[in-house]
Design a protein around this ligand. Structure first.
Ligand SMILES: Nc1ncnc2c1ncn2[C@@H]1O[C@H](COP(=O)(O)OP(=O)(O)OP(=O)(O)O)[C@@H](O)[C@H]1O
Ligand SMILES: O=C(O)c1ccc[n+]([C@@H]2O[C@H](COP(=O)([O-])O)[C@@H](O)[C@H]2O)c1
Length: 190
């Protein structure tokens, strides 16, 4: 089985993530998409990061009606910060018959050569890249294991969602309704 691993902080999960995952799942590249919630991105500050269990619960709520989507909390039980290559190694050993690929937004390409053992990630797994507005050019676009997926640009980020909450704006249509209810009931990002 071909599995697209969608790593992210998902702080919180938004419609951009869901559109990307859906495009990937209906492409010939993968049979399923697994959302891997990262407790701590090595490059990001912890400021305004919701608790990992809340981020995991929100992903669960947002994807529950899609049989091609799955969620993983594997990085909760691994050393911090969350280095993707280590998780890939663990998952490949646990599921030897699965073919894993990484799903990333185009913005991640620019800094990808700074990731731990990025060449291993590229050579052994490969990247499926979803176009993202305002991404900077990267030489990696020419790499044979980097494949761009034809898809619409979605100009929504978790940063924008958090900013909207702080400004008292509605999240309607940008975030799954059950996730909106979760954020409100737990008073996240306020
Ligand atoms: N609108 C989008 N278009 C393309 N890729 C996206 C989009 N939103 C998120 N991604 C990708 O999804 C993955 C997880 O992203 P993440 O959870 O950090 O969301 P984010 O919206 O970028 O968050 P933040 O604004 O807090 O940095 C990354 O690979 C990121 O590039
Ligand atoms: O492995 C690395 O060196 C590495 C460096 C930066 C980011 N990552 C991972 O990339 C994923 C995307 O991060 P984020 O916070 O933009 O959603 C997340 O799972 C991070 O742990 C991984």
């Amino acid at each position: 089985m071909k599995v697209g691993l969608f790593f992210g902080s998902f702080n919180p999960i938004h419609v951009g993530h869901l559109i990307i995952a859906n495009r990937m799942a209906e492409s010939q590249e993968v049979d399923q998409v697994w959302f891997v919630v990262s407790p701590q991105n090595p490059f990001k500050k912890k400021k305004s990061l919701a608790h990992e269990f809340d981020r995991l619960d929100m992903v669960r709520l947002a994807i529950s009606d899609n049989p091609l989507f799955n969620v993983s909390d594997i990085e909760f039980r691994m050393p911090r910060p969350s280095f993707t290559v280590d998780t890939l190694t663990y998952l490949s050993e646990k599921y030897p018959s699965y073919d894993f690929k990484l799903i990333v937004g185009e913005d991640n390409l620019e800094h990808f050569p700074k990731w731990k053992n990025y060449e291993t990630v590229l050579d052994e797994y490969g990247l499926l890249v979803y176009p993202r507005p305002n991404s900077n050019a990267s030489d990696l676009v020419k790499h044979p294991n980097v494949k761009f997926i034809e898809a619409p640009l979605v100009d929504i980020s978790a940063t924008y969602i958090r900013k909207s909450i702080a400004e008292g704006l509605s999240l309607r249509y940008m975030v799954h309704e059950e996730v909106i209810n979760y954020i409100e009931s737990k008073k996240l990002y306020m």
